[in-house]
Ligand binder design. Structure first.
Ligand code: NAP
Length: 304
């Protein structure tokens, strides 16, 4: 148990912030944790379940005197909260975020960070389809990657934030923000869009077949429905803010889909078999890398 930051402020108290809080508690990483959420309802829940040592009604109050400030709001709200807290940030403090898109967050938050305060953007590649202050659990980041996109940020501040994420249970990598956005468009953003689409298609179809789509829901479709249950605000903001990379990957996806469609129409079993053999080996690689399980849903705080 080593305190790494005397005071940590969590701005936004949903899945990621609450998981970070319980993981910080587990490892004893913070002297004190303050928090802020936009709605009174969320602040009340946070107080009821003991999420944060103190919960404030304004982001600025929560950040006063903080050594580490973590922005845990949807991408579209980053600019507003950065603007609100800019005036109270103390010299030497580190501001980071957990946003799923990095270039847009750097553009939104960077201009508000005063001289002498370090901004080190980050993104934990961990999550569930749940949201809100009750959804977090200490194990969310265990053995997951966290990507930092420091882009010339202070080396000591970056190294300390890296150690902090490692103490939360993550493996940490550093990357250029644009590269991050392209990689995530492939591994997370476009797959979510496909899941949303597939569930939408099935929903249209279920009007024809009555309730059969739900009744005979096989594993593939069930997995899609889980992904498509993810928070609408968060995912709207992801697509609006990672437009170019998502459109690029969607273009490639459509080309491949057409090729498979042609193979099916032409009865080209060889093409289909080769394709599925290649994709199967990708799955094996993921298993070998230990990244095959969904975030475990165990170990919730007993009060939740
Ligand atoms: P969440 O559970 O929905 O919580 C979001 C929090 O942000 C809530 O406290 C909400 O306040 C607050 N908020 C929403 N809109 C706001 C606004 N306009 N101004 C101020 N506060 C606002 O979300 P989350 O899943 O923790 O996601 C937070 C961030 O983590 C996002 O940037 C997301 O891209 C990133 N992320 C998510 C995942 C994932 O799988 N969920 C994974 C990695 C990174 P109220 O409760 O009061 O509405």
């Amino acid at each position: 148990m080593t305190v790494m930051y005397d005071r940590v402020a969590l701005i936004g108290l949903g899945l990621i912030a609450s998981s970070m809080f319980w993981a910080m508690k587990r490892a004893g990483l913070a002297g004190e944790v303050t928090g802020y959420a936009r709605s009174e309802e969320t602040r009340d829940v946070a107080r009821e379940i003991g999420l944060c040592d103190r919960v404030y009604d304004s982001a600025a109050e929560a950040c006063e005197g903080a050594d580490l400030i973590v922005l845990c709001v949807p991408i579209g709200a980053m600019d507003t909260v950065a603007r609100e807290i800019a005036g109270v940030l103390k010299k030497g403090a580190v501001v980071t975020d957990v946003g799923s898109v990095k270039r847009a967050v750097i553009d939104a938050v960077g201009p508000h960070i005063p001289k002498g305060v370090h901004f080190v953007p980050g993104h934990p590649l961990a999550g569930t389809e749940q949201s809100g202050p009750r959804s977090g659990f200490a194990e969310l980041f265990d053995n997951r990657w966290c990507v930092l996109t420091p882009e010339g940020a202070d080396k000591d501040a970056t190294a300390k934030l890296r150690s902090y994420w490692e103490a939360l249970g993550s493996n940490v990598d550093e990357m250029d923000a644009d590269h991050h956005d392209l990689v995530l468009a492939v591994t997370s953003h476009t797959p979510h869009l496909i899941a949303y689409t597939m569930v939408g298609v099935a929903d249209d179809l279920s009007r024809v077949t009555d309730t059969e789509v739900v009744k005979f829901s096989a594993a593939g479709f069930r997995d899609f429905t889980r992904i498509a249950a993810s928070d609408p605000t968060m995912w709207r903001d992801v697509f609006l803010n990672n437009k170019d990379a998502t459109l690029e990957i969607l273009g490639r996806f459509t080309e491949e889909l057409f090729a498979l469609q042609r193979a099916i129409r032409q009865g080209d079993g060889e093409h289909l078999h080769e394709y599925f053999t290649r994709t199967r080996s990708i799955r094996r690689g993921i298993i070998e890398a230990g990244q095959d399980t969904d975030a475990p849903n165990f170990g919730r705080n007993p009060k939740q």
